[in-house]
Design a binder for this molecule. Structure first.
Ligand code: SF4
Length: 272
């Protein structure tokens, strides 16, 4: 099943001839079937193969599904058992006490013991958990440069850009478009900082998912007939301290956390 939010997104990709070659009576019916996962975009012969590949491969190749995530967690816990935790604590700018390694993740403590068992008050999802393990294992301890770059311009960013765009950038922009004031909650809840209009944005929020992996969200409100826009930046050193897959998982996990927050925020707003 490809990644679509509604039938209109799918309908826009069809030629709307209602030719029935897909086995559905209308293009609209076909779009509905694709959305429900009963048909694939490739079942319409009028959609060119590049478009099919762009949308359907993202889902088929997308790393990773929940069962794969759980397998990855078990595998990486075995690696963690072999780490020299006091050394790791210095390298990742964490701390080591009471037989636990602690790192700050968006201002909250997240600790592991030597078996990779997790202790935290933060409600982390599997994506964020794996990227935390990835950070602990792969972080080279390279200091933050203070120079921002978009994900696609990181050394291996191009290879992962499609996934990152679908799983992270587009859904994050949608959340902010619908609930722009949520960024204020994000700053408060996740120890972020409002930045003074970086890149002439209307709102810029600095987050520290890990001590050596900061992230900058810049948002430009719609203006003069132009739509809104949003960009996510990482420090130029990001891939020295977290692999590109780890950055993709981190972004995806954080956006999922924000989605939950947006749902709560929306329901509170509606009751006020
Ligand atoms: S084959 Fe494609 S163009 Fe023809 S009805 Fe189905 S969706 Fe529409």
């Amino acid at each position: 099943m490809a990644i679509f939010n509604n039938v209109i997104e799918i309908l826009q990709l069809l030629d709307k001839s209602n030719c029935k070659k897909c086995g559905e009576k209308t293009c609209m019916a076909f779009a509905g079937a694709v959305l429900k996962g009963k048909k694939k975009l490739a079942d319409c012969p009028a959609v060119d193969r590049d478009t099919v590949q762009l949308y359907e491969d993202v889902d088929e190749q997308r790393p990773s599904r929940e069962d794969e995530l759980q397998e990855a967690i078990v595998a990486i816990q075995k690696v963690i058992k072999k780490l020299d935790f006091p050394e790791v604590a210095k390298r990742v700018q964490g701390s080591w006490s009471d037989e636990k390694l602690t790192i700050k993740i968006m201002g909250k403590n997240l600790s592991f013991d030597a078996d990779g068992k997790l202790f935290t008050d933060l409600h982390v999802n599997s994506w964020v958990l794996i990227s935390s393990f990835n950070y602990v294992v792969n972080c080279k301890g390279v200091p933050v440069s203070g120079k921002w770059t978009p994900f696609r311009e990181l050394p291996n960013g191009k290879d992962w850009q499609r996934f990152f765009s679908h799983q992270c950038e587009k859904p994050l922009k949608k959340i902010i478009d619908e609930q722009t004031d949520l960024l204020e909650d994000i700053v408060t809840l996740f120890s972020g900082q409002q930045f003074p209009h970086e890149y002439q944005s209307d709102i810029a929020v600095l987050l520290s998912p890990f001590p050596l992996v900061p992230m900058l969200i810049c948002y430009w409100k719609p203006e003069d007939g132009m739509g809104s826009s949003m960009s996510l930046f990482f420090d130029e050193t990001a891939e020295d301290n977290l692999s590109i897959e780890g950055l993709y998982m981190l972004g995806t996990g954080i956006v999922q956390m924000f989605k939950k927050l947006a749902l709560q925020h929306g329901s509170v707003a509606h009751t006020n």
